[in-house]
Write a protein that binds this ligand. Structure first.
Ligand SMILES: Nc1ncnc2c1ncn2[C@@H]1O[C@H](COP(=O)(O)OP(=O)(O)OP(=O)(O)O)[C@@H](O)[C@H]1O
Ligand SMILES: [Mg+2]
Length: 294
């Protein structure tokens, strides 16, 4: 069983959208997938249960010692189950230890819960953008992270903070657990539009992360919001669109080990739809040297 947390300290980059669509694409490829919604706001669960997810979920596994299997619920898509956050997850997220992750062993609770799980090929964990002890506990639990990055200014700043955290967590994991280092499965560039700033940041991200970056990007499209409002993964709502193709390629690249070579189109060459704000922000000026400034 593989386990991957979709994470980025920046909000609104497409973490929940990525968790939902990566999971749905993995199911299309014949995998049994569990999405654990570890964000108290429950965006990933809501994207699969438009009328509301059950109030019992991860919080109950953490607080009441229930098994993940007991709080997992099937979705309308066979092979895709979800553990909703549960109504009390906001309470738990501060009680998992300090943000450094050293909190009387509580940071390993999610790890223990995952170890007791069977019957899935991949567990995809959606995380909140806030650096809570719960998020650190997730980094102790999963084997890999997948980082969605939207190409806006300051995209890399948050990622650097995340990398520092991953390094610290990896050292701790290697020293005190049987987990081994935490690895970056891949970097997925999301919400790409035709603006110059989008192109430049994409190339900055590719220069920085090298072949960890999936070849195909996810274009910005209003279809994502439409799909979300219907409680359907975009890959089912608009199955032939560029967003669906992007998430399918991401799923294949993830299964191939997070390395490129499976994705078809070069970045940005997949007919990205004219996106919100596309070309409208007057960013014709050329360089954005501050993007990589440390
Ligand atoms: N490629 C895209 N194009 C256009 N809109 C998108 C795209 N991906 C996601 N969105 C929309 O942007 C909003 C934020 O996306 P999402 O909730 O996935 O981000 P997030 O990183 O999980 O946010 P948060 O940090 O608040 O958890 C949602 O309304 C979603 O439907
Ligand atoms: Mg989210």
């Amino acid at each position: 069983m593989r386990s991957v947390a979709v994470t980025n300290a920046k909000g609104g980059v497409g973490k929940s959208t990525t968790a939902i669509n990566l999971a749905a694409a993995l199911v299309e490829l014949g995998r049994r997938v569990l999405v654990i919604d570890a964000d108290p706001s429950g965006n990933a669960a809501l994207g699969l249960f438009p009328r509301g997810a059950p109030g019992i979920g991860l919080a109950d596994a953490l607080l009441e010692g229930r098994r993940l299997a007991d709080v997992a619920v099937p979705t309308a898509h066979p092979g895709l189950d979800v553990v909703p956050p549960g109504d009390r997850l906001g309470l738990c997220s501060e009680q998992m230890g300090s943000v450094q992750g050293l909190g009387q062993g509580r940071e390993f609770r999610i790890r223990r819960l995952l170890k007791g799980l069977a019957g899935y090929d991949v567990v995809v964990v959606d995380t909140s953008p806030v650096l809570t002890p719960l998020n650190v506990a997730i980094l102790y639990a999963v084997a890999e992270i997948l980082i969605p990055i939207d190409p806006c200014v300051a995209a890399l700043a948050g990622v650097r903070a995340l990398e520092d955290l991953v390094r610290t967590v990896s050292e701790f994991r290697e020293e005190f657990t049987d987990a081994g280092p935490l690895s970056i499965a891949g970097v997925l560039i999301t919400r790409v539009d035709r603006t110059l700033v989008s192109k430049q940041i994409e190339s900055e991200v590719r220069a920085y992360f090298g072949d960890l970056v999936y070849d195909r990007v996810i274009p910005a499209s209003v279809k994502f919001r439409e799909a979300y409002a219907r409680g359907t993964p975009l890959i089912h709502y608009d199955p032939a669109g560029a967003g669906a193709l992007g998430y399918r390629d991401a799923a294949r690249a993830y299964l191939a080990g997070g390395r490129p070579g499976t994705a078809a189109a070069p970045a940005g060459a997949d007919g990205a739809e004219a996106a919100e704000g596309s070309g409208a922000d007057g960013d014709q000026s050329g360089e954005y040297p501050f993007l990589m400034a440390s």
